[in-house]
Design a protein around this ligand. Structure first.
Ligand code: ZN
Length: 362
């Protein structure tokens, strides 16, 4: 019998959790600063007009980047940020990279980190185990919970030329340190909080209803799902204790990183063709999958009603045939999740007509 091959799973090294934890960031940075080199700070552009950058220990000579998160990160965008960071570093290696934001900002930090120590362009590393050299030390401080980017080993990018949404999956993509401080998510707009936060729920239910399973992933996903249910079915999803719960749910969901199902492929199609943000795209996807996920469909519709959040209808109503075809292509390409959910014959269920009809109903 052949010897089985087991994956050697990596976890995030250090995690600090609690209200006000961000005040200890200076202590965390001190030993890294002692080794020399500036820090590179990535802030969601939302914080350009907020006092957060002044409340964290940025010092003279550090590089500060405001990441434009109005659209999902792209391979071209990552190449541009990498060039900018390289230029500002002028040959120095950073002591640390830090990210303040949601998945888009964290993924930008993670992918730029890989490119600072590996030659070539972002698109060369879309896939699995393609990054060869360790990135600089990275510290993630999520200000928006849900994607699990803080604890996952991927940085997801849209490659416009290839019509492909795919991550840089590597142990080197992971953060070394996390600071989970619920005070950081207090200023998030309500809708954004919901649509981003619900991503944890989506990841975890998709993983738990698929066929590729393992006990650790299931345990983490079940707990993350429980916490998100509690948050979104409660009276005020943004109460302080709920913001902390959602931060932990997102962290656990990212650690679980189980295989997704049908929601994420359809969501990827929407992000590629309509440049839609991941979280809201997931909700649109689930809104036309009531036959495949009846229980979760009902539950998310209840959550949306409870939190006063809604989806505008008709987003795919007037597209060209070419765009419908692109939506289909950018969805059906995700073989692993679709097989996980529906088995190897998934194309028999998700025919072009079937999938395009679903998009038309959104
Ligand atoms: Zn997701």
């Amino acid at each position: 019998m052949a010897t089985p091959s087991y994956r050697n799973a990596k976890n995030v090294g250090h995690v600090m959790i609690g209200q006000g934890a961000i005040a200890q960031l200076g202590e965390v940075l001190a030993p890294l600063r002692a080794k020399g080199g500036p820090a590179v700070w990535f802030f969601d552009h939302f914080f350009a007009h907020n006092d957060l950058p002044k409340r964290v220990p940025v010092v003279e000579g550090d590089v500060v980047i405001f990441v434009d998160t109005s659209e999902e990160p792209t391979t071209d965008g990552i190449d541009a940020y990498t060039d900018q960071v390289r230029k500002e570093l002028a040959g120095a290696m950073p002591c640390a990279l830090l990210a303040f934001g949601g998945g888009a900002t964290m993924d930008t930090c993670k992918c730029v980190g890989n490119l600072l120590t590996n030659p070539g362009k972002a698109e060369d590393y879309q896939g699995w185990e393609l990054v060869k050299n360790p990135a600089p030390y990275k510290i993630g401080c999520p200000t928006l919970s849900g994607t699990g980017s803080e604890s996952s080993r991927t940085g997801v990018l849209c490659n416009e030329a290839k019509n492909l949404k795919l991550g840089m999956n590597s142990d080197f993509t992971m953060f070394e340190q996390l600071v989970l401080d619920p005070d950081l998510s207090v200023t998030v707009p309500r809708e954004q909080y919901f649509f981003t936060g619900i991503d944890t729920y989506m990841h975890c239910f998709e993983s738990l209803s698929g066929s590729y399973r393992n006990v650790v992933v299931d345990a983490l996903a079940e707990k993350a799902l429980d916490l998100s249910r509690h948050v979104f079915l409660s009276g005020d999803m943004m109460a302080e204790e709920n913001r902390e719960k959602l931060m932990i749910a997102s962290y656990l969901g990212g650690l679980a990183a189980g295989f997704v199902g049908v929601v994420h492929p359809l969501s990827a199609g929407l992000s590629m063709v309509l440049h839609m943000h991941h979280g809201i795209a997931n909700c649109y996807a689930l809104s036309v999958l009531e036959d495949i996920y009846p229980v979760q469909y009902r539950e998310v519709m209840d959550m949306m009603q409870k939190q006063g959040v809604s989806l505008k209808k008709g987003i795919c109503a007037n597209l060209t045939d070419e765009q419908y075809q692109q939506l289909y292509d950018a969805s059906i390409v995700h073989e692993k999740p679709l097989t996980n959910a529906l088995g190897p014959d998934y194309r028999k269920v998700l025919t072009p007509e079937n999938v395009i009809a679903r998009f038309k109903r959104m």
